[in-house]
Design a protein around this ligand. Structure first.
Ligand code: ADP
Ligand code: MG
Length: 703
């Protein structure tokens, strides 16, 4: 048994957090830095020098030799370049360990190879990283030693955002401003800052490392491209919340300890629905911290798996036939003095503010459903969304019975015919009931569910950054708040105006509310009747980034410029095309070099057996039957392989990136499915010993 573990003692020990800053920085410098962190005032270089020196000393004491500006380029994963603290040798040959204020607040990685969607010509590789001091620096320890990681934003020479962090910070400013405006109108004079709070629940699979290494599809694409279902899948529901196996438990313990040291509040862990699938959730935090920490969580999950002889699959759909993985992005809006704008509250007055916030969100999500869908678009997520397991690709909002009833009342009083008494019309909203947090049942099929005092956006893919969904949520809600504030500010009767807006928004956007089964075919038909977008794939979703309404909204709130959005469109198409191309090529490789030879070997054995059996004067009907069946499937495999090879070559000739992505979606994806089908059948026939890779059963049940 290891000795008792003191979580409180180790929590955040590798983070340059507020406590460390207070201890190590001169009072005046600390105050200046705090002001920058809390109020966004620019940081003076002389202050930065002092902070950098203190940060470096602290990191060096922790064994750090290098520092890195850690950033999130548009590939979605984090990027870093390490620089050691050493200075040029002095005359006597000795060196110093240094970090200047300038090095802390700004870096210039040679970033020519990151996708920029044309924002930065490759010959002008300049990209700058700028310290995001609202997300704490930390020392990460791994095989490369200890490294001081400085969270940064990444911009081009001309100031365009080349990353996901910059627009996220901009969107946080937008929602801060508009929420404060709204709060002031409702008489709040004390709150100084409003921040979106985010708690991402992370799903992942663990497989045995040795078996993983025997599967080229997993190595190259993160998912299985072939594989017949084992006799047992997830139908027994015995894995969900089941006892965690010892090997996995040891892994989770290790992951938690590392995360706690890095100041990540790893809180919940459990087995998920699919065999070998698990989940980790931290306690929610400010959106930009949550985004950074989720990247860190994914990194630690992967790295630790390696150390435990495991491999962590973050792909959205590693296995066909069992559930895929997602990320539930829990989102709310909180003031610096602890008021959650999504908390229904207890008094009628609070209810009015809450109901306005709620109906603004209905409006925002309805008006920008396509954009929110796009924010969760990811190549791997195409297997999940709408595939009868995860939320459908159609955006709708689940309110639960209680709120749904409230909204229904609002709509009916709003339609103000004579039959509604004046009394009810005037006080309509005020007389609504006090909500209780858990009055509502859960609905697992909704992509956007109200869960007590937060919304849970469940569409996000497991390996994707949560930056995009939060950028969209923050901005669309900021826009709705802004429009409401515009009305309220010019209203003569504030209360009446608030009531009218609530009714108006609830009525006009009621089509987005759906409390039923999101997996059902009826819902697809119903959603179509309601005119809700059903963007089934990533390529269908991408154009939402550059519609007129999207561009004007993002420009209005200074979150993205049109150019930045156009760049993202290009990058998204490119990402799609590249990913499918790799999958197709991997399939071709595995089928031609591993599967077909294995099957040929098997047919040879069968043929030899048949000859021997017949020579011995016995009947070999079963063997002959098997041989015919196998040969038949082998023929189909060969034909499908030829077709896929041909189409992949054709795809490479298409120059227009959008057309190419479409071609991959419309032609290559079905050709891949056509190759997989006979191969999966062959796997069920061919001798297990002869099959060239571990099966689903081996991967899912023998971890
Ligand atoms: P549920 O079981 O309803 O999904 P949990 O309490 O397990 O809810 O929380 C799931 C995630 O939501 C956690 O990361 C949690 O910290 C986060 N969360 C809880 N409350 C909020 C909130 N007000 N805003 C944002 N995230 C929240
Ligand atoms: Mg949840």
């Amino acid at each position: 048994m290891s000795e008792a573990f003191n979580v409180a003692k180790i929590f955040g020990e590798d983070v340059f957090n507020d406590k460390v800053m207070r201890e190590r920085l001169p009072k005046k410098v600390y105050k200046e830095l705090k002001k920058t962190i809390d109020e966004g005032t620019p940081l003076d270089l002389s202050v930065a020098d002092v902070v950098a020196e203190a940060m470096k000393n602290w990191a060096v004491e922790k064994g750090a030799t290098h520092y890195t500006h850690i950033f999130q380029p548009l590939t979605g994963v984090t990027a870093e370049k390490h620089d050691s603290f050493i200075t040029a040798p002095k005359e006597d040959g000795s060196i110093l360990m240094e970090l200047s204020g300038k090095e802390l607040i700004q870096g210039e990685p040679d970033a020519s190879s990151f996708p920029s969607g044309g924002l930065r010509a490759t010959f002008m590789a300049r990209g700058y990283t700028a310290w995001d001091c609202t997300s704490p620096a930390y020392v990460r320890k791994d095989a490369a030693g200890a490294i001081l990681c400085i969270p940064t934003a990444f911009c081009s020479y001309t100031g365009e955002a080349l990353d996901k962090k910059t627009p996220l910070l901009r969107s946080m400013q937008a929602i801060n401003e508009q929420s404060l405006r709204l709060l002031r109108l409702f008489g709040n004079t004390t709150s100084k800052k409003v921040t979106p709070s985010v708690g991402p629940e992370q799903e992942y699979f663990l497989v045995d490392k040795k078996k993983y290494l025997q599967r080229k599809d997993l190595i190259f694409t993160g998912r299985t491209l072939f594989g017949a279902m084992p006799p047992k899948g997830q139908e027994m529901d015995d894995h969900y919340f089941g006892t965690i196996r010892q090997r996995i438990a040891a892994y989770m313990k290790d992951v938690n300890e590392q995360l706690w040291k890095l100041g990540v509040t790893a809180k919940t862990q459990h087995n998920e629905v699919a065999p070998a699938q698990h989940e980790l959730a931290p306690i929610y935090s400010e959106a930009n911290v949550a985004v950074d920490q989720n990247q860190l969580v994914m990194k630690i999950l992967k790295k630790t798996a390696c150390e435990h002889g495991l491999h962590c699959l973050l792909h959205e759909k590693p296995f066909d036939g069992v559930n895929g993985s997602g990320k539930h992005n829990n989102w709310s809006i909180t003031t610096d003095d602890g008021i959650n704008l999504l908390d229904p509250g207890k008094t009628p007055h609070e209810n009015i503010q809450f109901l306005l916030v709620l109906t603004c969100i209905l409006k925002a999500v309805d008006e920008h459903a396509d954009l929110l869908r796009e924010a969760a678009a990811d190549v791997g997520n195409d297997h999940r969304l709408g595939a009868n397991e995860a939320p459908p690709a159609i955006i709708s909002i689940f309110l639960g019975d209680q709120l749904d009833d409230v909204v229904a009342q609002l709509i009916s009083t709003g339609s103000a015919t004579h039959s509604i008494t004046g009394d009810k019309l005037d006080t309509g909203v005020k007389t609504l009931p006090v909500f209780s947090k858990d009055a509502t049942d859960r609905n697992r099929t909704s992509p956007f569910a109200f869960t007590g005092n937060k919304f849970e956006f469940r569409m996000v893919g497991s390996k994707d950054s949560i930056a995009s969904p939060n950028i969209v949520l923050n901005t669309i809600v900021a826009e709705a708040f802004c429009e409401a504030c515009d009305e309220l500010e010019k209203a003569e009767d504030f209360e009446q105006c608030a009531h009218d807006l609530i009714k108006k928004y609830a009525t006009e956007h009621q089509r987005i509310v759906f409390n039923g089964n999101g997996y059902s075919d009826e819902w697809v038909a119903e959603a179509e009747r309601r005119g809700l977008p059903n963007l089934k794939s990533m390529v269908d979703a991408i154009p939402a980034l550059v519609t007129e309404k999207t561009v004007s909204m993002f420009e209005k709130f200074h979150v993205y410029s049109k150019v930045e959005l156009e760049a993202r469109v290009e990058i998204q198409y490119e990402a799609y095309a590249k990913a499918i191309n790799i999958e197709a090529k991997t399939m071709i490789d595995v089928a031609s070099k591993q599967i077909i030879p294995a099957v040929i070997g098997y047919t040879k054995n069968l043929a030899d057996t048949i000859n021997a059996v017949t020579a011995a004067g016995a009947k070999a009907t079963v063997q002959v039957g098997l041989l015919n069946q196998t040969s038949d499937l082998l023929e189909k495999t060969e034909a499908a392989l030829g077709k896929l090879t041909e189409l992949t070559a054709e795809a490479a000739t298409i120059e227009d990136i959008e057309k190419q992505a479409r071609f991959f979606h419309d032609s290559i994806v079905p050709a891949m499915a056509a190759l997989r089908a006979p191969v999966d059948k062959l796997e069920m026939i061919v001798d297990k010993e002869a099959w060239p890779m571990p099966s689903y059963g081996d991967l899912l049940f023998e971890v």
